[in-house]
Write a protein that binds this ligand. Sequence first.
Ligand code: ADP
Ligand code: ZN
Length: 740
Amino acid sequence: MFVKVAIDLALDRLFVYEVPEALEKKLAVGQLLSVPFGRRDARGFAMEIIEERGKAEESLRLKDIAAIVDETPFFSPVLLELVRKVAAYTASPVELVLRAALPAAVLKKNARARELLFVEAAGTTASSMLTPRQTWLCENVTRLGGGWMTQLCRELKTTPASLKALAEKGAVKISARARRRDPLAGRRILPSRPLPLNAEQASALSAISNVAAHSTLLLFGVTGSGKTEVYLQAIARELAEGRGAIVMVPEIALTPQTVQRFASRFGDGVAVLHSALSDGERYDEWHRIRAGTARVVVGPRSAVWAPVKNLGLIVVDEEHETTYKQDEVPRYNARDVAVLRGSLEGAKVVLGSATPSLESWMNVRRGKYALAEMRCRAGAGTLPSVRLVEMRSDGARRGGGIFSADLMDAIRRRLANGEQSILFLNRRGYSRSVTCEACGASVECPECDLPYTYHRADSCLRCHICGGWAPLPARCPSCGAAALTYRGVGTQRAEAALKKCFPRARVLRMDADSTSRKSSHDDILGAFRRGEADILIGTQMIAKGLDFPNVTLVGVLNADSSLAMAGSDFRAAERTYQLVSQVAGRAGRSELPGEVIVQTRDQSVPVLIHASRGDFAAFAAEELKVREECFFPPYSHLAVVNFSATDAKTASDWAIMYAASLRRYAKRLCECRAPGAKALVVGEALPSALEKADGRYRWQIVLRSASAAEIVRAWRWVSSVRPAPRGLRVGVDIDAFNLV
Ligand code: ADP
Ligand code: ZN
């Protein structure tokens, strides 16, 4: 018997070992094995058991595996299949997917359950042998049904030595027992009962009950429509049938309140996987899942790999969130992995969102996903009205060019009433477009109709899709004014302008600068919640999952700049729609009615009109037309090949060479298909918007194809015929979100 082993070396290959006869019966796929590797010992996972050795190995003298580290497999056969499929889809080494799928805390060499001393009554000693004090202790240990040594010492005001003396006389028994490290220990969690559902929730729940196992349902429900209650009751049904569930939430939404809602309903049956857990907690939670004691898992992206037994349901909340995409190898999207896992394992998948991704929406339209809709708020409050306000370059002087007269009035009213306001400024990373301060237009690539990205190094404009470029023009191509700027408004500038307009208002600012200290994020939000400030101003990082009852005004200072600032981000309109509806969801969550003001340079931008009306279907219909015309996702898969090197020439030379090779490959591919078929579209090599990071120069190429597998094949081909030299890093990001 032979076994193929994945050793954690990122070599992207499996190694074949012989199985000694003594181990043949015990061996199973998914087990952790100890194997000789070179001159040292290595550990790896059994991926495949083979009875006959293959041709390639025939002549080799194979080594024996040394031992089975743990007979209980770490991966079920289905999870291994999932790992293999994700590795193939993302063009990542299988070892790295295995590593991503298992918490490091579980694999650490010295990782084990925590054992503590437990004292229980033995009840065999005649009380005549005990002192009165010992008799009293013994009675109390019996009354309490035993307990942990430290706890008993505290409660009975005694010492370990006294209890040990008691044990020597045979009155009690002391033994080491595993004691769970509970991430929710010390939290008061009151049990909650299912709420009576409203009509929309009830029909969503029955839609979930009615979809077949293996299949996916999109739960499209406005903010506050009570999606979480629907998840809870859908999970309860699975548990009643003896199945388990995984709930994925974006890391930022994985707050104590979220976890609390699940723990209140399902008690100890909930395992939490969270980046803030200690290694011990993570180890215990993972083992409780594998053992089947915890049947509901709540966690971020990595929870999709949780070894839940008899999985019945996976919920992906806020499925459109980009944090589900892992930013390092393996670059998988946990939402997509969830859908795949559901289909492999026979579980249902529910994707929930108030603003579904166009990928998921498209899958509904193509009949791949079922749909359930919830249009009304379930709890207190109504959805606020959203008003678009045009910022004119000549007017708005009073507000420092940042606040419109309407918004200023609205803020003033809140200050007078003692209510709170939140102001959002839309700013995205490094990518900068060039806009005209006079007419608001941005300078666009004529090929792709997307804003160019400004590159400071050579003062030039580049399109990040096709790779085309243009010099920075002196005047605005649409209105001719000499008012082009590539600077956006920053939060600090907005804060200063706000303080000038309202000197007495108490203002808190939250952006990447003000939250670099670990706790300050919570500090700022806590202070705002306690009413220690009137206005909170920040970037879109404050748009998500926050709930402030006293906030009655939300303003978006520069809604259209998310369209422009995003550079050549083809998802800019989608992100703008998401931002406006998220923001609208922040206001009016309580009895107080909410108002949302969205400032824009141009009121006729369709995405803003649809967003202000909350008309997702109209937005999606319009946006999908554009995506189809331009061959963007969801009509294509878009991948980015990234290059980085410490010297600029290596990065650019190799990017240009790869682009040329890939274009030849694509041409041959198209020739053997139908003429004109877009089997693979290869963009020019170009410097990334973030041209240099960590001392490395960065270049990129964008690839598009109707088939992701086609892109992976092209990538595998080009990286095998042109292996990267030392010092150059090349990687591919399939279904990339991040084009910088
Ligand atoms: P979503 O996840 O869709 O944004 P939530 O699940 O957070 O919405 O629900 C919003 C509010 O409505 C919560 O305070 C919740 O307790 C309340 N809620 C949900 N369902 C019901 C219901 N059936 N009856 C009363 N209140 C509900
Ligand atoms: Zn272009």
